[in-house]
Structure formats: structure tokens, C-alpha cells
Design a protein around this ligand. Structure first.
Ligand code: A2P
Length: 340
């Protein structure tokens, strides 16, 4: 049995500690004063020996091996799907609870897919794997849950404006470098993303399924929304686009409820809802922006208005922005760990 079940503070491991999400995991553990006995940092052999700051100390990064999980109670994974598939089962066997940020286990019916504001009850006991949802799924549906709870959303359509961070630290660097090169009039050969990124945008860089015409990111949002809401019948459609923003995603969302709903009712439901902040100043034309969401925990919500294409009065359009590395990844994972 894991030591988390005792009164003592857990030993926590971060796998992928040097990555864009890994660094934020460490920061969230520190900022939220997560009670832990020891923090162990793992990454690939390339990073072994590097050090990262935690609570005023420099912690050494170790190479991830099969023996890394002895004595670990909670392992936060953010090192890609193949690393999770290989090492998460080993961590569980060693007695750890794994919170996995990859897509490897999300749609496994035995594995909970958790947004603490929405479905904390699905966590069940300790031990095993808990999946952290796709960043777009978290950022789009956390603000919709308070509505769905009282007036079921039957249809949801979203268009995303996704930041570089979702593709990792190297993609963020590619955005910085290619922007610099563009402004200096120099050529730049993109290495991480498939298309020029500076002053450009493109359809999400995941593979398009030839049958449905949807890319993998869009399919994740569709399937994960149904699983997290526990509502297999909700109709969802998404268009996912990568935009030249460093680390906060934005989304234009239109949803249709079972019964009629007004913008004022949505505003009231979202006022003070956990994990959400209203930014909806019509007079000043001030609405959610990636720059305001960056580095902040809440998901910003605004432009709340009637969808005038639906005369039934059951549809609302709104706009959200949320930090992809925080609520879209690291913060949500640490909130799950807090529930443990
Ligand atoms: P490293 O920095 O040593 O390559 P990002 O999502 O920002 O690209 O970060 C990915 C994270 O996953 C990094 O910390 C990276 O470590 C880590 N990682 C990648 N491959 C492995 C692996 N095979 N074993 C352990 N960690 C890995």
C-alpha cells in the first residue's frame, strides 16, 4: 500500500521535469505549498545532472530508469505518451499513484480522466493511473460545467487558438527564434512544427483522420468532453488551430442547451464558479486574451452572448482563454494530487 495512505507526507516524482509542463509542475507544487516529504526529478539521459530550483534548493535531475519509482507515492508524468506507456505501469507496480499528462491512458474506460472542478468523484482510491485531460478539453469545458449541471448542454462547437507550449518547450523556442529571424529578415528552417510559425497560423499539427476529416487534437477534445462530463450523447465538433502565442490557449465556443438560456443566466452561473474568472467588459471591448491568462490559474471567460443563429434561445456563444501550461496541464495535475 502506498505511503500516501499514512499520515506522512508523500514522496513525489516529476517525470519530464525539464519540459515545458515539468517546470510548471515543480512551480505549482512550490506555489501551492503541496505537502511532500521529498521531490524527485526525472528526465531523459540528456538532462541527467542538470539542476532545477525547488523551495530555495537546487534539485538534481536524474535519468529515468525502471528503478526510479522505489519509494515514490505520487508520480506526475509529462514526458510524452511512449514514456508514459512504458514507465507508468512500472510506477504503479512500485506502489505509486500516477497522474499522467499524456494521452496514453485517457480513453481507457478503467482510468479516470479528471478535472477537479468537474468530476473529482471519479478518482476513487489511491494507486493506479489517473489521466490528466487534453489542455483544450480542460480549458473549454471547465467554464461550461456550471451551465451543464443546471441546463444540460446537448451540442458544443468550438474553434481553438492554440499556443506553442502544447507542442513542448522546443516549439516555444521555435516561435521565439523564428519570430526573431522574421523580424531580422533572415530565413528560418522550422524544426519542430510543420509550417512557418512566426506571423502565421495553421491547422493543428496532429494527423488528420482520413475517414472523419478531424485531426487527433479535435478528436481528443470531442471524446474527452464526453468522458469528463459523463455524457456520451453530447454532440461536439472542434476546429483546432495553432497560433503564434507562447503559452495560453483561447477558444471560441458555441453551445446549445436542452432548455432556453440567457447570457445573464450564464454570467450568473459563472460568477464565482471554481477555476473561472469573468472578463466581459463590453464597454471597453475588453475580453479574454492569452496575455492576461498567461501565468494565471483561472480560465478567463467573456463575450457571453446569444447565438443569434439559433432562434430557439437555447444557444450561447462565448470566448475563453486559459494558460495551457497551468490549468491546461500542470495545475490540473497538481489539483488532482491534492485530492489524493
Ligand atoms: P529531456 O529534457 O531530457 O529531453 P517537452 O514536452 O517540453 O518537450 O518536454 C518533454 C519532457 O520529457 C522533457 O523533460 C524530456 O526530457 C522528457 N523526456 C523525453 N523523453 C524521455 C524519456 N525517454 N525518458 C525520460 N524523460 C523523457
Amino acid at each position: 500500500m502506498s505511503a500516501v495512505t499514512s499520515a506522512s507526507a508523500p514522496v513525489v516524482a516529476v517525470v519530464g521535469a525539464t519540459g515545458a509542463v515539468g517546470v510548471e509542475l515543480i512551480r505549482c507544487l512550490e506555489q501551492r505549498r503541496f505537502p511532500l516529504a521529498e521531490l524527485r526529478l526525472f528526465a531523459s539521459a540528456r538532462s541527467a545532472g542538470k539542476s532545477l530550483p525547488f523551495r530555495g534548493k537546487a534539485l538534481q535531475v536524474q535519468e529515468l530508469t525502471e528503478a526510479s519509482f522505489t519509494g515514490v507515492d505520487i508520480a506526475l508524468f509529462s514526458a510524452g505518451g511512449s514514456t508514459s506507456r512504458r514507465f507508468a505501469p512500472l510506477a504503479v507496480r512500485a506502489g505509486a499513484t500516477v497522474i499522467d499528462n499524456s494521452s496514453a491512458f485517457r480513453m481507457d474506460p478503467k482510468i479516470p480522466l479528471v478535472v477537479p472542478e468537474i468530476n473529482p468523484q471519479t478518482i476513487g482510491g489511491r494507486g493506479g493511473i489517473i489521466a490528466n485531460p487534453n489542455c483544450c478539453a480542460i480549458i473549454s469545458i471547465t467554464p461550461l460545467w456550471p451551465v451543464h449541471k443546471v441546463n444540460r448542454i446537448v451540442r458544443l462547437q468550438l474553434a481553438t487558438y492554440q499556443a506553442a507550449s502544447g507542442a513542448g518547450a522546443a516549439a516555444m523556442e521555435e516561435l521565439r527564434e523564428s519570430t526573431r529571424a522574421y523580424l531580422d529578415g533572415k530565413s528560418y528552417a522550422n524544426k519542430v512544427l510543420p509550417h512557418p510559425y512566426a506571423f502565421n497560423l495553421f491547422s493543428h499539427n496532429t494527423r488528420v483522420d482520413p475517414e472523419s476529416g478531424y485531426n487527433e487534437e479535435e478528436l481528443k477534445v470531442i471524446q474527452e468532453t464526453r468522458k469528463i462530463f459523463g455524457d456520451p450523447d453530447i454532440r461536439v465538433s472542434a476546429t483546432c488551430v495553432r497560433v503564434p502565442v507562447l503559452r495560453a490557449h483561447a477558444m471560441a465556443i458555441t453551445f446549445e442547451c436542452e432548455r432556453s438560456i440567457t447570457p445573464a443566466q450564464v454570467r450568473e452561473l459563472l460568477q464565482g464558479a471554481p477555476g473561472v474568472k469573468l472578463v466581459d467588459d463590453v464597454e471597453k471591448n475588453y475580453f479574454p486574451m492569452p496575455q492576461d491568462a498567461t501565468g494565471n490559474e483561472p480560465i478567463l471567460v467573456g463575450r457571453i452572448r446569444r447565438d443569434i443563429s439559433d432562434p430557439s434561445g437555447r444557444s450561447i456563444s462565448l470566448f475563453v482563454a486559459g494558460d495551457q501550461l497551468l490549468k491546461g496541464a500542470a495545475l490540473n495535475a497538481v489539483q488532482i494530487a491534492e485530492l489524493l
